[in-house]
Write a protein that binds this ligand. Structure first.
Ligand SMILES: Nc1nc(=O)c2ncn([C@@H]3O[C@@H]4COP(=O)(O)O[C@H]5[C@@H](O)[C@H](n6cnc7c(N)ncnc76)O[C@@H]5COP(=O)(O)O[C@@H]3[C@@H]4O)c2[nH]1
Lengths: 174, 174
């Protein structure tokens, strides 16, 4: 089950060490650079696995603000491998909400695999795999001391076509 | 099958765009910074999935030289996500061999998953999963126009304990 392994990889190879480090950066950020409305990493999970390069492409109310200071680690032979997170400002009516957000990168893999015949699964199974990814990741993160309370999983329905501000509403509503 | 998904993730989320970019950097590098003995990315695959942070930990004949210029891309909401590769100098007798190398990072996930009971597989299956990762990745890369001839998969036997220069020999012999 592809989604099961990708959820574990996302935890072991990224969230497990990025979330504690982010926690520290966010406390320092709020005291110097202006407040974040939420200290949590908002992880966006579109059900159709369609992940844009920039959330602005989905909703013009979601605007890049700046990157947090990067995390660098020596890992697997790569010296100073860099991990970055981006702060976004989200506007709704006249309110502004700012937070660290990104799409769940492994969904890009699920999407592209569903278009490669040799990868072994197609579009019909893709939605099931996204849901399995979401359920597996939720369980892992709930049981993780390093990650607990430091993230928010935002599942995005793919049946909102025509609503240009669905993304910003979903993020703020959470 | 976890290894199948991790091999696809390694290709789709990394090698597919890093290898063509590396090809360009390597041609520029060889003309200005001293020759690389091989232009290919050497991808190290230890059968026991034990991946050190630095190859020097495995073999003192493998020494970090410098990083190539980084690649930056906007992806999945992360602005200017950075991708780096490291050049190593490998000495054997009095010869020096230099190349870009790194361990296959998804093996770190396989290793750690085999120690988490809730992940669903143990140490016995791990070697099978490493072999499946290797076979799947080989097939994907052989059929990829972007990647063909730009990499070398170096499978590392785990039965060389006591040989402090196994790694350097394996890399040079290839
Ligand atoms: N948002 C985000 N920012 C990051 O910096 C990052 N780094 C990893 N990940 C995701 O976490 C998981 C575990 O990562 P791992 O390194 O084991 O596998 C990685 C790794 O083997 C390789 N890879 C990706 N980026 C790099 C990189 N910069 N250097 C070396 N290898 C890399 O290709 C795999 C798939 O990458 P992504 O498909 O981007 O998603 C990964 C993956 O789902 C990230 N996600």
């Amino acid at each position: 089950n592809v989604a099961h392994g990708l959820a574990w990889s996302f935890y072991i190879g990224y969230l497990k060490f990025v979330l504690p480090d982010l926690h520290n950066k966010v406390s320092r950020y709020s005291s110097t650079r202006g407040n974040l409305s939420s200290p949590r990493l908002h992880i966006l999970l579109p059900l159709n696995a369609k992940v844009p390069a920039k959330p602005e492409e989905e909703d013009t109310n979601v605007v890049f603000h700046e990157n947090l200071p990067e995390l660098e680690r020596d890992t697997a032979g790569v010296r100073n491998r860099s991990y970055k997170n981006s702060v976004y400002k989200i506007t709704q009516n006249n309110e502004a909400f700012s937070c660290v957000l990104e799409y769940a990168t492994p969904l890009l893999t699920l999407y592209q695999m569903s278009h490669e015949s040799s990868a072994g699964f197609g579009e019909r199974e893709r939605k099931q795999q996204v849901l399995l990814f979401y359920r597996t990741l939720s369980q892992i993160l709930e049981n993780s001391l390093e990650c607990r309370n430091r993230y928010r999983l935002v599942l995005l329905n793919d049946e909102h076509t025509g609503d240009p501000h669905y993304l910003s509403r979903e993020i703020i509503q959470h």
